[in-house]
Structures are given as C-alpha cells and as structure tokens.
Design a protein around this ligand. Structure first.
Ligand code: SAM
Length: 306
C-alpha cells in the first residue's frame, strides 16, 4: 500500500455531480470516489432532500507515485469538458500520509439528523442525545451506508413512520447495517440482514454489536437474487440496492413480505423506475408513495392481500 496519497476534491453543481464522480472513479484508487450530497430538511422533519443551492463535494485518492501528475492532468482535462455542462469549482489537492488517508474520509461525515427522531452518529464523534432520539452509532468502514446518501435517507424516513414495536424486518443489501440498526432501535423485534459482500458483512456485524442489537439480528452473507429463500414472511421489507437487482430479486422480495406488508425499494436511478414499477405491479404489489431526490427514486409498495 502506498505510503503517501493525494486527496483530490472538487465542488460541483448537482447536475454534473454524477458525471464528475464517474470521472473521479475512473482514476481514483480502486475505482473509488466519495460523493457528499448537501442535505436540507423541512422544519417538520418529514422530508430530507438534497439541497440544490449547496454544491456537491466529490473526492478521490491517488497514490503519490510517478504517475500522479499525469493522472491529475487527465482529471483536469476531463473536468474542463464537464464544466461546459455545469458549474465546477477549483480542483483542490492535498497530500496525505498513509495514516491520515485511512482517516481522511471521516472528516466529511458529520452527525446527521433524519426525520423527527433518527440521529446517525459516526462512532468517533461524541454526541449527547435527547430522550426521544434514536441514535445509530456507525462506522461504515468499507461498507456503503453513512446516512448521507439520499437513497438511505428515503428508507430511514419511511422506517421511522412504519416500524412498530414487535415487527420483523428484512433488510436486503444491508451494507453498514444502518437500516437494520435503525429498525431495531425503532422497536422491531428482529431483523434479518442480507449482504452479498463479505467485507461489508464484517462491518455490518461490528455495527450491530456496537449498537447492542446483534442479539436481535441475523446476518446472512449471500445474493438476494439467488439465495433468499426464507420461509418467514416479514412485516416489513426494505431493499436499498440497484434497480437491476431489485428487478431480478423481485419474486423473492415480494414473497418475503407477508400479504398486506410494506416493501421499501430504494437505489433506483430515475431512468429505471418504470421497469421496477411494472415488475412489482405484476408481482402483486401496489404503489403507496414515491420519493425522488435528483436522479434517485425510492418506492413504498404494499403487497396485495390474496
Ligand atoms: C446502496 S447499498 C445500501 C446500504 C444500506 N442498506 C443503506 O441503505 O445505506 C447496497 C448494498 O447492497 C449490497 N448488494 C448488492 N447486490 C446485492 C445482492 N444481489 N444481494 C445482497 N446484497 C447486495 C451491496 O454490497 C451494498 O452493500
């Protein structure tokens, strides 16, 4: 692993953020790029939306080696082209030592309040909670799910409204475990969390332990499109994955919801929404509500009763 790193960061308008993130991911270490969406919340706490007035921050990390200057030049060149489509700020460069690099992304992860009661607290920031708050202690490590992404926020807003004491919940594509932990903290009796990536699965287990809810959670490492064959019918199903997986896993996810139960589907890019809706309609669910932030769409469905 390289001893020194270059952090490359830029602020952009929302409409070019995805294209810039793709460019950064093409050159960044392990094709990684971090995207930090500004979030605004309505005073009533119901709606967390991307704040279009505040720029999106995009960052990636390059090993500081003999190719780094050429890579930065390529990035600048790509950014110049994209700046014809939307506003892109100055490219910011910062050299980091190995230890700093491992910690660097944390500086972009604040305590985040979502909905009326949910607070996502990075494990390294002290936080004094109010009585009625549900605090999720999180260290996302290499797993997806900091609570900052709009797809996660949509799910949390619905969980806050739908989880009632004693419920059983299926969390498909659990990542850091943020949704599982929130559901249990909101009173769910049990959660089954599926995750395909074993590395994320480790982070998931650690986060369940950290929040003192591991005894009410079952972790399954596997692919929900093939391996999800649970007999149990859950009171609530939440799946924040990509549209392709939601479509493929459709029959299994619908079967996993008891008749009359809600399914929260998230991670759907708007161009794929129609396909997901048609598929789930054909599988015997009805649309109850939808949320959209930028390109991201989430659907709240209910499984029809026989
Ligand atoms: C967008 S992240 C969501 C993480 C978290 N639930 C949240 O809401 O922030 C999707 C997660 O689903 C996992 N995943 C992708 N395809 C999967 C599949 N076929 N079966 C199970 N998990 C999958 C990914 O590894 C990733 O951790």
């Amino acid at each position: 692993m390289p001893a020194r790193w270059l952090e490359v960061a830029v602020e952009t308008d929302a409409e070019v953020a995805d294209a810039v993130a793709e460019l950064f991911a093409r050159f960044g270490y392990q094709q990684g790029a971090a995207v930090f969406h500004p979030v605004a919340q309505d005073p009533d706490g119901e709606n967390a939306t991307i704040d279009p007035a505040t720029p999106v921050l995009i960052a990636t990390y390059l090993p500081l080696d003999e190719q780094v200057d050429a890579t930065v030049e390529r990035l600048r060149h790509g950014l110049w082209h994209l700046s014809q489509l939307g506003r892109i700020g100055e490219l910011r460069l910062r050299t980091l030592a190995e230890e700093e690099w491992a910690e660097a992304w944390k500086s972009h992860f604040p305590v985040t309040r979502i909905g009326h009661r949910i607070v996502i607290r990075p494990s390294w920031i002290p936080y004094e909670s109010r009585d009625d708050e549900i605090v999720v202690h999180l260290d996302p490590g290499m797993a997806f799910g900091t609570g900052l992404h709009p797809t996660t926020q949509h799910c949390l807003l619905w969980l806050e409204r739908l989880v009632t004491p004693g419920m059983s919940v299926l969390d498909a594509g659990a990542g850091s475990g943020i949704l599982s932990i929130a559901a249990l903290a909101l009173g769910a009796r049990s959660v089954t969390a599926w995750e395909i990536d074993p590395v994320a699965g480790e982070v998931l287990r650690e986060n369940l332990e950290r929040n003192g809810v591991a005894d009410r959670a079952t972790v399954r490492i596997g692919d929900v499109t093939e391996d999800l064959t649970d007999r149990e019918a859950y009171d609530l199903v939440v799946a924040n994955i990509v549209a392709r997986v939601l479509i493929e896993a459709g029959p299994r996810l619908v079967r996993a919801a008891r008749p009359g139960a809600h399914l929260v589907l998230s991670g759907i890019i708007d161009t794929a929404e129609e396909g997901v809706r048609r598929r789930y309609h054909d599988l015997g669910t009805e649309l109850v509500e939808r949320r959209q932030d930028g390109d991201w769409v989430s659907l709240l469905l209910r499984r029809n009763r026989p």
